[in-house]
Design a protein around this ligand. Structure first.
Ligand SMILES: Nc1ncnc2c1ncn2[C@@H]1O[C@H](COP(=O)(O)OP(=O)(O)OP(=O)(O)O)[C@@H](O)[C@H]1O
Length: 567
């Protein structure tokens, strides 16, 4: 009896101590997360500070110009924008970029996917008298662009392996003698580094004063610090050396300060005007799910997620780690009635193109790809990007997940994470520049249960943080729940959507929230003085829209007419 008492006494002590230790571990884990977050914040601050010191060093001693002022070409540019490109107004930075190029400056443009980078060089190309040379890394991208420009009536051609002899002859004649209509010429970087004939024709064109602009698309490929280094991009510096007075525009969707410094140096454009737009994609909802250790369960989870959230064949991408996994996941999704097929670098070009085409035309709901399914995806209405396992870096994840929602409509980026996937990636990135550090950053992103996911991107790209508006799992779960009578808010949203013109139907979530705020003020509601943000009402509006209370059940666009039936 006494012995039992002793044991029970000790058991209680042990349990109490264990409880204490659990508490301490939790505190330590929280502190570890806070410190890691601060660590990456400080690192990116240091990088930004170094970058701005270098930039100041290289900048000419003239005062910065106001690129949004008036210029002599304004009315011609407006005319071309509207009548040739059919675009009613500029998006942020487009006009300023065009003005800087037209003023003869070299320009570096960093603008998020779908931001409208192409117009920034295509409009000056039409505005100028001569020829614009565009270097772009992928044939499929080039083909899309040339076809799009031809449809607008702009004479654009490409010189690549698939160009017919006839077209090649025509292009060389234009370069050589200025005979024939050619405004925009697309080439791959290999053409610059490997074709002496092409370079000598270009030299002649320049000599005759007919080379007006050089554009380098996907310019991050120049830097080996970037996520998609292409050796042939390294040789593009020759263009500025050979044609120093021809303005150059380098464009990319992402470049950390380190990559920016690198590509400015490689392209020899130290005095370029930099236009850095936000990397924020407010319409993307970021979430991380725990990944089961059992492969079949993971596929069940993914299949359930797709069929429950996207029952109407909305397009999506599932990224996998390896080619084998890619084929397996596609097969198993098909077995669960999801229309899916795979895409990886081991397939021949025709087979890959066929899968891509079926998906682009929405004949296939899901493409299951490796990293090979990358640049050149122009589908605007991708509603979800799922990562079956983690990417190798924040930059890669930003790029891959960023293929969702290029049309500005709400879309989801889901990452299935389990610690067991980390060693597979670490063995792949071990020999890359900063490979392990990059991997740790994305692991930290996955493991975080507290910090805003969006905040992690801002820190990574050295940008000042912006509101997440409850558009990530951590921010949503951190929201303190309270009962709110939403009748008044929903009435405003309904009337708002009613009032919207046809053109506004593809308004982005944030535009809608802004309009809501204005209406809320106008509505003279008794709660007028309520601070929308503080009271969580802004979040509520976002949630009302996202949870499809107000979104068309069929296509999830903010259609004015179809959702009305829900009310
Ligand atoms: N000012 C504008 N107003 C409306 N639509 C625009 C405007 N500028 C560009 N667009 C359209 O936005 C879409 C995306 O543009 P674009 O392909 O140039 O984006 P991007 O920045 O190159 O994106 P990515 O990096 O994903 O290729 C295109 O359909 C384009 O016609």
């Amino acid at each position: 009896m006494e012995e039992e008492d002793n044991i029970e006494g000790e058991l209680l002590l042990v349990q109490a101590e264990l409880h204490d230790i659990q508490g301490q571990i939790k505190e330590l884990l929280d502190r570890q997360e806070q410190l890691s977050e601060r660590e990456s914040q400080l690192k990116s601050m240091l990088e930004v500070s170094k970058a701005s010191r270098d930039t100041i060093h290289n900048e000419p001693s003239v005062a910065p110009k106001d690129w949004s002022g008036s210029f002599s070409w304004d009315s011609r540019a407006d005319d071309i924008r509207f009548n040739v490109f059919g675009i009613s107004s500029y998006r942020p930075n487009q006009r300023e970029i065009i003005n800087a190029i037209m003023s003869g400056r070299d320009v570096l443009v960093i603008m998020a996917a779908g931001g409208g980078k192409s117009l920034c060089y295509q409009l000056p190309a039409v505005l100028h008298d001569g020829i614009t040379l565009v270097v772009s890394p992928l044939l499929s991208l080039i083909q899309d662009q040339v076809m799009g420009l031809a449809a607008l009536g702009i004479p654009a051609y490409m010189l690549a392996s698939i160009t017919t002899k006839e077209v090649e002859k025509f292009v060389y004649k234009v370069l050589d003698k200025g005979e024939g209509e050619l405004k925009i010429l697309y080439v791959t970087p290999e053409k610059i580094s490997k074709s002496k004939r092409f370079m000598s024709k270009l030299e002649k064109c320049h000599h005759a004063g007919r080379l007006s602009l050089i554009a380098i698309d996907e310019a991050h490929c120049c830097s080996q610090w970037g996520h998609d280094f292409r050796p042939d991009y390294k040789n593009l510096g020759i263009l500025k050396v050979q044609f120093p007075n021809v303005p150059m525009i380098a464009l990319t969707a992402t470049a950390t300060s380190k990559v920016q410094i690198d590509l400015i140096e490689m392209l020899h454009i130290p005095r370029c005007v930099k236009f850095v737009s936000t990397i924020n994609r407010p319409n993307l909802f970021y979430k991380v799910f725990d990944k089961s250790p059992v492969g079949k369960v993971v596929i069940d989870d993914i299949a359930n997620f797709i069929s429950e959230s996207y029952p109407n064949n909305e397009s999506g991408i599932v990224y996998c780690f390896s080619r084998k996994e890619c084929e397996q996941v596609a097969k198993e999704l098909c077995e669960r009635d999801i229309l899916a097929d795979y895409y990886h670098a081991d397939m021949d070009v025709i087979a890959r193109e066929k899968v891509h085409m079926r998906w682009s035309k929405s004949k296939l709901q899901v493409i299951v790809g490796t990293v090979a399914f990358g640049m050149g995806i122009n589908k605007p209405d991708v509603r979800f990007v799922i990562h079956h396992s983690l990417s190798k870096s924040m930059e890669t994840y930003y790029q891959e997940s960023g293929r969702a929602g290029r049309d500005g409509l709400p879309s989801e980026c889901v990452l299935y994470y389990r610690p067991g996937d980390v060693p597979r990636q670490s063995s792949m990135v071990f020999y890359e520049n900063c490979g392990l550090q990059n991997l740790y950053d994305i692991v930290q992103y996955c493991q975080s249960k507290r910090s805003c996911r969006r905040g992690a991107f801002f820190r990574h790209f050295g940008e000042v943080a912006q509101d997440c508006n409850g558009m990530c799992d951590n921010c949503t779960s951190n929201i303190e729940l309270k009962d709110i009578d939403a009748t008044h808010h929903t009435k405003i949203i309904v009337s708002l959507l009613h009032d919207m013109q046809l053109n506004d139907q593809r308004a982005t979530l944030l535009q809608l929230v802004d309009k809501f705020k204005a209406k809320w003020k106008e509505s003279g509601c008794s709660n007028e003085s309520v601070d929308l943000k503080k009271e969580g009402i802004e979040q509520l509006v976002v949630q009302l829209i996202l949870n499809r209370v107000l979104v068309c059940v069929h296509c999830k666009y903010f259609h004015v007419n179809s959702y009305v039936y829900l009310w």
